[in-house]
Design a protein around this ligand. Structure first.
Ligand code: IPD
Ligand code: CA
Ligand code: CA
Length: 254
């Protein structure tokens, strides 16, 4: 089984459980920090994905949001967000996803984002293009900021929140619309598919976007930090765009 096949199958397995729990609401919630919750659904989904990887690729390293990094030394690192959009999930908002990325020597080479309620599977491998359910996807061609549909997220630290508050007004007034959808991974997938034109996140974690970045790059878009340097798994923030509006957005955001 290839890494992509495994990521597709475990994201669907985890997604099936998330969907069941979303409709039944049979999960409990804990506070991680002032603005951050975790549910028993996040933990179950993570367990399913990690046991799949350990079975097929026992030598690979894993970084997963809820259990952290395992102790293995490997050039391969799986970067997992088992439930991206936990607050949406809790609020019975169906926009949540499973995000699985694979980095080789610190470069993301494969990514899968699965949206259980829409049953949409986004995936990409380095040099092979990006797809949703078998169909090739491409970023949008929009080049005028006033015509753009933009989204944003922010990390939970006060600095990230303040940064988002600072650029919110400017982008809300300039773009066609500027919204917070609540799942960074989905918002990257939507840029890759050309549904939206860009996503910006101050205070990002690698598991939120590892899979999303390869979707955007393989769909012809650009992924940088907020200073315009190419995004890496060590970056603290991210701007993923269709490429045409990157410079203008970097200017508006700073
Ligand atoms: C969160 C979502 C959200 C973003 C937060 C993330 P989680 O992930 O991606 O859109 O604003 O920064 O932490 O906690 O639901 O996996
Ligand atoms: Ca996340
Ligand atoms: Ca999560």
């Amino acid at each position: 089984m290839t890494a992509l096949q495994l990521a597709k199958s475990t994201s669907k397995q985890a997604g099936k459980e998330l969907k069941r729990l979303f409709y039944s609401r049979q999960f409990t919630t804990q506070l991680k920090s002032k603005h951050e919750i975790v549910t028993t659904a996040d933990k179950l989904a993570e367990k399913i994905i990690i046991s799949g990887i350990n079975e097929q690729f026992p030598d690979h390293a894993i970084l997963a949001e809820e259990s952290g990094r395992n102790k293995k030394k490997s050039d391969y690192l799986w970067i997992i967000d088992p439930l991206d959009g936990t607050t949406n999930f809790f609020m019975h908002n169906p926009l949540f996803s499973v995000s699985i990325g694979l980095a080789y020597k610190n470069e993301v080479v494969m990514g899968v984002v699965y949206i259980p309620i829409l049953d949409e599977l986004y995936y990409a491998e380095k040099g092979k293009g990006a797809f949703v359910d078998g169909k090739r996807i491409k970023v949008s061609k929009t080049s005028d900021i006033k015509d753009t549909f933009l989204t944003f997220c922010h990390g939970n630290k006060l600095t990230a929140l303040n940064s988002a508050i600072n650029f919110y007004g400017k982008l809300k007034k300039t773009a066609r619309d500027f919204r917070q959808l609540g799942s960074a991974a989905i918002e990257c997938a939507y840029v890759a598919r050309g549904i939206t034109d860009a996503i910006v996140i101050p205070g990002v974690k690698s598991w939120d976007v590892a899979a999303g970045t390869i979707l955007v790059r393989e769909a012809g878009g650009k992924v940088s930090d907020l200073k315009g340097k190419d995004w890496t798994i060590k970056s603290n923030d991210i701007l993923a765009t269709n490429g045409k509006i990157e410079k203008k957005l970097l200017n508006l955001i700073k």
